[in-house]
Design a protein around this ligand. Structure first.
Ligand SMILES: C[S@@+](CC[C@H](N)C(=O)[O-])C[C@H]1O[C@@H](n2cnc3c(N)ncnc32)[C@H](O)[C@@H]1O
Length: 180
């Protein structure tokens, strides 16, 4: 599983060409697979999820794994809700949502998108990874209640941004940047 995450994550990183000192926000910590992947690539990552999320997808014990892999000191956790991000505007070179948007309540998704855009630097990027249909078929075997994938483009109307989409091995990858 982790190697599949790495494959899709590296596809996005190749497209973004981030510097090693980039400011990175990872929204929706979960098992921290994505945060750990980024830290293993040498990035410092700020990650968070709502403190109020009591679902099976949140409050995971990921720190041990990060520690064993020697990257715990490269990952900072702060609880937050993505519809009201507690960070200043233009703070991040990249805002990542790995397997997260479809777990966010439908009515919050548009404000989540606006918040991501607010905290993104003008030359930064927002990247959503959403499960491909084959991936969901696999997930539903063990978790039949898992939500369907979201299409981030549905929440981007009226925003001055460009979108590109890539197909990864597990996920569809959507990259949004400010239109020039
Ligand atoms: C399946 S997990 C994501 C997997 C994770 N990114 C990883 O790499 O292991 C879904 C995450 O979305 C988060 N989430 C749900 N609603 C949210 C919200 N409103 N704001 C921020 N995160 C949210 C959950 O708390 C959980 O951490």
């Amino acid at each position: 599983m982790f190697s599949a995450v790495s494959e899709d994550a590296s596809t996005a990183l190749r497209a973004l060409e981030l510097n090693s000192d980039s400011d990175i926000l990872d929204v929706g910590t979960g098992e921290a697979q994505f945060a750990i992947y980024l830290a293993l690539q040498g990035y410092d990552v700020l990650t968070g999820e709502p403190a109020t999320d009591t679902s099976q997808y949140a409050g995971k014990d990921w720190m041990d794994k990060a520690d064993k892999l020697g990257v715990l000191n490269h990952i900072r956790f702060q609880a937050f809700d993505a519809s009201d991000i507690p960070f200043p505007e233009k703070a991040f070179d990249a805002v990542f949502f790995f397997g997260v948007l479809h777990h966010i309540d439908e009515e919050l998704r548009r404000s989540v998108f606006r918040e991501a855009l607010r905290v993104m630097k003008p030359d930064g990027a927002i990247v959503f990874f959403e499960p491909k249909s084959e991936t969901l078929e696999m997930v539903w075997k063990s978790d039949p209640d898992h939500p369907v994938a979201a299409n981030p483009v549905d929440y981007a109307s009226g925003l001055n941004i460009t979108a590109s989409k890539m197909t990864g091995s597990l996920m569809d990858i959507y990259i949004f940047q400010k239109a020039t």
